[in-house]
Design a protein around this ligand. Structure first.
Ligand code: ASP
Length: 439
């Protein structure tokens, strides 16, 4: 039988009404055997995530302040859900244990993990499914580093003995039982680990958007979802700021060849986005898969005649950045010119030292600094096979009235990166979107 691991994010489990949607999604396909749950998220834009309340509660306890009012808000979130669903759940007993821990000596990760723990217990009780505690099968070292191999071993054995289960996301424990969490958004990682351990056919990641969008919906309001995207394309878009999945969530399933399907709990009829190693045979390739970008870059251009004949020139140039601890993001080159694109935040504290060192050590004809840049990455496998895509991208940006300051085509031909003034960022993205996807 097919096995699907379904991870539900915080907004999908924020209220009793959302729980009911999740129940219907699970009932619709018996292959959805293992559920990984987040803590209750925001019910509306003014709401606070339970995880944030838990951190607040910890901070109050650690500072020796009264944490009872925050704990009451947390209690209310869970008791509302339990009451509306009519599920018998010993919330008071569970919260007494949390309170005891807070009084005995609060631990931050333990506290943060209780949102996932309680929500998963509640969901399991409501569904009538077994609860599998991540503390028993997701392993960390005592220093808090994730231990992938032990986890795979423990988790695969635990899941093999179960027909169905609800597993809390976001945390695990070390061998002594002390709780450790992943970084924020880490339930995505837990879902991926469970999919790998279960040998699942599919990892479904249920959220509140109908997939990875072609571009940032704050810039293009009705941005369309992408139907298929490869892991590599996703990596390029995420690097450029598209927030889709926790960075570490891709690795376990990618390694096991399990596709990820991003789905919308509020619109289960939508197919969402399928993230795959390679596009299924016969899929119609679109020329451009997605567009992402970020502001906050600077470019240092170094010009020197005949730099190509000076052996080691590029290495010495990059070394100056390395010695100052500034990573470089891109490095477009021309004849007798080399630009180093850096993040402004990393570069600014070392600006003067770096510029002085470049002048002194490289004896260039010119050094020019351009600040306040935005980079836009246009990503897509289809760019290799389709002629004229670069021309369409550049044409669209120019037609939008934006001056292109830099162009860099990745050697993989998977992306074209444009550097523009930060002030033109939104206009340029909208221009590219309209060119490929219409109004
Ligand atoms: N609840 C955690 C957070 O808010 C983990 C997660 O939802 O993935 O970051």
């Amino acid at each position: 039988m097919k096995t699907i691991v379904a991870k539900f994010g915080g907004s999908s489990l924020a209220s009793a009404a959302q729980f009911r949607k999740v129940g219907a999604i699970l009932a619709a396909d018996p292959a959805r055997r293992f559920v990984v749950a987040s803590a209750p998220g925001k019910r509306d834009s003014g709401d606070t995530k339970v995880t944030d309340l838990l951190y607040r509660c910890y901070d109050a306890a650690a500072a020796g302040e009264d944490f009872a009012p925050v704990l009451d808000r947390i209690r209310a979130r869970f008791s509302d859900i339990a009451r509306e669903l009519g599920v018998a759940f010993d919330l008071e007993g569970e919260l007494a244990a949390v309170e005891g821990q807070l009084r005995a000596g609060p631990r931050r990760d333990y506290m943060a993990s209780r949102g996932e723990y309680l929500n998963s217990k509640l969901l399991a009780a409501w569904l009538g499914w077994p609860f599998l505690d991540a503390a028993d099968c997701v392993r960390f070292t005592p220093e808090g580093a994730f231990d992938a191999e032990t986890t795979q071993d423990l988790l695969s054995r635990a899941l093999a003995g179960l027909d169905r289960a609800v597993i809390p996301g976001f945390y695990g424990a070390d061998a002594t039982g002390a709780i450790h969490t992943f970084s924020r958004g880490g339930s995505d990682v837990s879902g991926s680990l469970a999919a790998r351990a279960a040998g699942a056919d599919l990892y479904e990641n249920w959220t509140d958007v109908s997939g990875v969008l072609f571009t940032d919906p704050r810039i293009v309001r009705n941005a369309r979802p992408i139907q298929y995207i490869t892991y590599r394309e996703l990596r390029e878009l995420s690097y450029m700021g598209a927030s889709v999945l926790h960075e570490d969530a891709v690795f376990p399933v990618r390694r096991a060849g399990i596709p990820i399907n991003i789905r919308n709990t509020n619109r289960p009829q939508d197919p969402g986005t399928l993230i795959v190693a390679a596009l299924p045979e016969g899929t119609e390739t679109v020329p451009v898969t997605g567009v992402a970008g970020r502001k906050g870059f600077a470019a240092v251009l170094v010009e020197k005649s005949l730099m190509n004949s000076e052996i080691g020139f590029a290495a010495r140039l990059l070394n100056i950045f390395a010695q100052n601890g500034v990573p470089f993001e891109h490095c477009p080159t021309g004849i007798d010119t080399m630009s180093v694109v850096v993040s402004e935040a990393a570069f600014a504290p070392h600006r003067e030292e770096i510029l002085a060192a470049l002048r002194e050590q490289l004896k260039p004809d010119r050094v020019q600094l351009e600040e306040d840049l935005a980079l836009i990455a246009v990503v897509g496998h289809g760019m290799v096979a389709n002629k004229g895509i670069a021309a369409r991208i550049l044409g669209a940006v120019t037609a939008a009235g934006v001056n292109i300051r830099m162009i860099d085509q990745g050697s993989s031909e998977l992306n074209i990166i444009l550097g523009i003034d930060a002030a033109d960022y939104e206009t340029a993205v909208r221009g590219i979107y309209t060119e490929f996807y219409g109004e």
